[in-house]
Design a protein around this ligand. Structure first.
Ligand code: FPP
Length: 249
């Protein structure tokens, strides 16, 4: 079977397992999220080093408001603190940050730190890091459809795609979920239609370069067919069909 020839352009991650990482150490759950920020920094650096252009992570879902108030406010504080502390480093590493999600429900201090981080990193291109915060795949589809309706634009596959919050990058080639669960949990519902999925038993704070490489190796061994037969997928692959090189990822 012909395997994927190039590394993924876009990797997306559900960073699951912070709470369990903390509980196993008799620490409060927010300590796991703190460690999760360290893991995200390591992962972003590793992605850039491996030539991955886009990393999208799920940091807070529309449904995470249902968690205990203490954990939600701990996450909001951590998010504001981590952004304040990390943006200088992200600038040094030329990482561009963008945030996807519903900002209307967020505390002002969080929105302010998002706006600052986005504007300070807007010129960078080494890695595009998209952080989904107060995000849900269903929310994204609904907000896209509403925005088309308000502008009187007919809803087609391409107009809807353009109105989604991740329209500035290609769809993810590889979606990773850590923490041992095997579900999508309302993450990038539209964009993951043809993504390869990789489920890791590692808890997010323990997700390191080695496990990233395992995911990339598994991805490299997959054949992406986009609805075609295995033979068609080989014949139409960019390596064998130069004229279609721009069409197929
Ligand atoms: C899921 O683990 C993780 C989250 C809900 C939060 C992830 C957030 C971060 C890693 C911080 C991101 C910060 C910035 C600045 C981008 P869980 O709590 O569901 O773990 P469990 O399944 O073990 O309970």
């Amino acid at each position: 079977m012909a395997a994927t020839s190039s590394p993924p352009t876009h990797v997306a991650i559900v960073m699951d397992g912070n709470g369990r990482w903390a509980s196993r150490r008799f620490l409060p759950r927010v300590a796991g999220h703190k460690q999760g920020v360290e893991s995200l920094q390591r992962c972003a650096r590793a992605c850039a080093q491996r030539g991955i252009a886009v990393l999208t992570v799920f940091a807070f879902s529309s449904e995470n408001w249902r968690r205990p108030a203490e954990e939600v406010s701990g996450l909001m504080d951590l998010f504001t603190y981590a952004l304040g502390r990390e943006v200088d480093q992200l600038c040094k590493e030329e990482v561009r940050l963008r945030f996807l999600g519903d900002r209307s429900g967020l505390p002002d201090r969080v929105v302010q730190s998002i706006v600052d981080a986005e504007s300070r990193t807007a010129a960078y291109t080494a890695l595009q890091l998209n952080v989904c915060f107060n995000y849900g795949g269903r929310w994204d589809i609904v907000q896209a459809a509403r925005s088309l309706q308000e502008r009187g634009v007919p809803i087609t596959e391409s107009t809807l795609q353009e109105a989604l919050s991740l329209s500035h990058v290609p769809d993810p080639d590889l979606v990773i979920r850590t923490g041992g669960e095997q579900r999508i949990s309302n993450f990038l519902l539209w964009q993951s239609a043809y993504s390869e999925l990789y489920f890791s038993d590692k808890l997010w704070p323990d997700f390191d370069e080695r496990e990233l490489d395992n995911a990339l190796l598994t991805y490299a061994q997959r054949q992406r067919r986009f609805g075609k037969t295995p033979l068609q997928a080989i014949v139409d692959s960019p390596r064998l069909a130069p004229e279609s090189a721009g069409d197929a990822p």
